[in-house]
Design a protein around this ligand. Structure first.
Ligand code: MLT
Length: 304
């Protein structure tokens, strides 16, 4: 019997592949053989002696002490691609929110209703207050042309945008096949100089941490709109706040809000909803649970 500890609420569909005759799955098991985790921070997690594997129902593994796991022989799995569709769809929504001030408008209408105003009558005033540009005809920079970045680029072109794409890990073949879709650039400066909108879709690593910082903002167009659904640490928050205050960045849509950012005008804070669709939660849970099951039962490793 294998013991699996769940550190977050995991979709029951995923858990159903862990047959009850062979797996005990609960948030209360002790000396677990495996852990199923979504976003819970495991950096200080004390490994019990039996622990052999951790499966992250999601793409990013920066909530898991990967180096410490390697040293202890604990295998870490993640589920790349399983939530790509959900993130792609939120990215399209974020592109719109970066442009049209729907969030400001909605908050304003609700505030009017709370203040006892007849909202049907004040709409006329609101429509002049919450004006935002159209994305059609504008340049979008996509940093990271993996599963999500390519899909965002594809939709953006259909919405009339010209897309510049940057990815230092793109193979020559992949770059060639993408060349009809995006202006493939090998230098981020080309993205910064040319783009009205920039969306980032790379993992957070030692190399990418804080990559959107003051030096990057300095090279960008004044009034650029930035979207980050990838990882909070990719953006140097203090530099972003300064860029928003100076008007260099016109709006920042982030799936990684904190208090300092949230309180700044022109920030659209989203509570980490990138993967929050039932479909994506099921896909991630299923892939994570299957990996854990296969590894514990047969030693078979996929995607570690
Ligand atoms: C991911 O890295 O894929 C997301 O953070 C998943 C999640 O929201 O749990």
């Amino acid at each position: 019997m294998f013991r699996i500890k769940t550190l977050n609420q995991i979709s029951p569909t995923g858990l159903s592949v862990l047959d009850a005759s062979r797996f005990t799955v609960s948030d209360g098991v002790e000396n677990e053989d495996g852990v199923l985790v979504r976003s819970a921070d495991m950096q200080e997690y004390v490994f019990p002696p039996a622990l052999r594997a951790i499966a992250r129902a999601g793409a990013g593994t920066n909530n898991i002490p990967v180096d410490r796991c390697s040293e202890s022989g604990i295998v870490v799995f993640n589920t790349p691609g399983a939530n790509a569709n959900a993130v792609k769809e939120l990215a399209v929504c974020a592109l719109m929110l970066a442009s049209r001030d729907v969030v400001g408008g909605v908050e304003w209408v609700k505030a009017q209703a709370r203040a006892g105003e007849d909202v049907a009558k004040v709409v006329e005033k609101g429509k002049r207050q919450f004006v935002g540009p159209e994305i059609s005809g504008k340049n979008l920079g996509v940093i990271g042309l993996g599963a999500i970045g390519v899909q965002v680029a594809n939709i953006a072109t259909k919405l009339g945008m010209t897309v510049y794409g940057y990815d230092p890990f793109l193979s020559v073949d992949a770059a060639l096949s993408l060349s009809r879709l995006v202006h493939h650039v090998t230098d981020l400066t080309a993205i910064y100089k040319n783009c009205d909108y920039i969306t980032i879709h790379v993992p957070q690593t030692a190399d990418t941490k804080g990559m959107l910082n003051a030096a990057a903002f300095d090279q960008m167009k004044t009034g650029v709109r930035v979207i980050n659904l990838a990882r909070g640490g990719l953006v140097a928050d203090e530099d972003m706040i300064a860029a928003l205050k100076s008007g260099k960045v016109a709006r920042y849509v982030t799936d990684f809000p904190d208090n300092a950012l949230t309180l700044v005008k022109n920030v659209v804070p989203i509570p980490h909803l990138g993967a929050s669709s039932p479909e994506s939660e099921e896909n991630c849970a299923l892939m994570a649970a299957q990996q854990l099951r296969d590894y514990l039962e047969t030693g078979n490793i996929r995607n570690s």
